[in-house]
Design a protein around this ligand. Structure first.
Ligand code: SF4
Length: 362
């Protein structure tokens, strides 16, 4: 799996001599306090992220996918220091950036930028594009005057916006144009990693693919890495080299994109893939049949998680062990990892997908 096994350079090794990737999230846990009761014991905390680990290499995109409430955006917020981390660490270019002191915040923001879902609220409505993109350049490099104008115009070119957008306000632009301005603003400080959190989710399909093409071109030209977070598996597939699938705060499967889409090993991943519409009616019928095999049940509450696998009450192939023991990450046949007893304790299924299982029992 490219995510974890790529060779590292000396500069990418940590001070303890442990090999690290360009960027790593290690055993991340995030908890939120539940709303307290007026009387009686405080309710248990919401376990929003539980032991999530993944790595991203230079010039690569790691796609984090899952339904709403899976914890994927909380992972992004933890990396960006917008929520407190309960346990675990975040390593960037061999340096522990789990908690960045206020004095180092500017340097951290230069290396890690974010593009969020709603550019309308993330862009300053009273500033024109010229200033939205120009301010970070001035703040980080001290650039001003004509040099600043040249830099801003170059960034507009990079994201495919005409120069006439220099003097427009966010409310004078479409959603796709605003998102291009957000991307240009992120690129302005030449970051090493961009976190794109549902950055294309609010856009029409045709605009979505245009913005994705912009992101891919920028990666080819600048070598920036992306953490691309989305609930749409098909979009993630188009943009990502490696993929992680989250369910109720757990990373249940990770590996290279091709391997996961060709042969998912976790039943939840299969369910998500089965939800992608197919133009071929025969394939579409197969997928619909597979989707029907899954149990239509509410996921458990993240403040009252079961002791076993959190997917057990929706999983058509759950075994006794699944409701009692939380599966640990284990090697998957595509070279990545999967958290599912089928691949460690399942006597009939080791190395096979749930699709094969369902077909064999049909
Ligand atoms: Fe299904 Fe068990 Fe695997 Fe969970 S551990 S996904 S319940 S087979």
């Amino acid at each position: 799996m490219t995510v974890d096994l790529s060779p590292v350079t000396e500069a990418q090794s940590s001070s303890q001599g442990q090999q690290t990737s360009f960027f790593e999230v290690r055993d991340l846990h995030v908890r939120f306090a539940s709303r307290g009761k007026l009387i009686g014991a405080a309710p248990p905390p919401v376990k929003a992220v539980n032991g999530v680990s993944f790595a991203i290499e230079p010039e690569r995109t790691f796609g984090l996918v899952g339904e709403s409430g899976s914890g994927k955006s909380t992972v992004a917020r933890a990396i960006l220091q917008l929520v407190d981390i309960h346990a675990g660490s975040i390593i960037l270019e061999g340096e522990d950036v789990t908690t960045v002191p206020r004095s180092d915040e500017l340097a951290f923001r230069k290396r890690v930028q974010a593009v969020l879902q709603d550019p309308f609220s993330s862009l300053n409505q009273v500033h024109q594009t010229r200033r939205i993109i120009g301010d970070p350049i001035t703040r980080h490099y001290g650039t001003s005057g004509e040099d600043l104008d040249t830099a801003v115009m170059q960034l507009l070119d990079d994201v495919g916006l005409a120069r006439e957008f220099l003097d427009r306000y966010p409310y004078e632009m479409s959603g796709g144009q605003r998102q291009r301005v957000s991307i240009a603003r992120a690129l302005a400080v030449e970051p090493r990693l961009i976190i794109a959190d549902e950055a294309t989710s609010a856009l029409d399909v045709s605009i979505q693919s245009q913005v994705i093409n912009v992101l891919k071109r920028i990666q080819d030209e600048s070598g920036v890495s992306f953490l691309f977070i989305a609930h749409d598996l098909e979009v993630v597939r188009h943009v990502s080299h490696d993929v992680g699938v989250m369910y109720l705060g757990y990373l249940v499967e990770k590996g290279d994109s091709e391997g996961i889409y060709a042969g998912p090993t976790h039943p939840y991943t299969e369910m998500l893939i089965a939800s992608i519409p197919m133009p071929d009616p025969v394939e579409q019928r197969k997928r619909r049949e597979l989707r029907q095999a899954f149990i239509n049940a509410e996921p458990p509450s993240p403040s009252n998680m079961p002791s076993g696998c959190p997917f057990a009450n929706r999983c058509p192939v759950a075994m006794d062990i699944c409701t009692q023991v939380m599966p640990e990450p284990a090697p998957a046949h595509h070279g990545g990892e999967v958290r599912c007893h089928l691949h460690t304790s399942g006597p009939e299924l080791a190395g096979e997908s749930v699709v094969s299982f369902i077909k064999s029992k049909a």
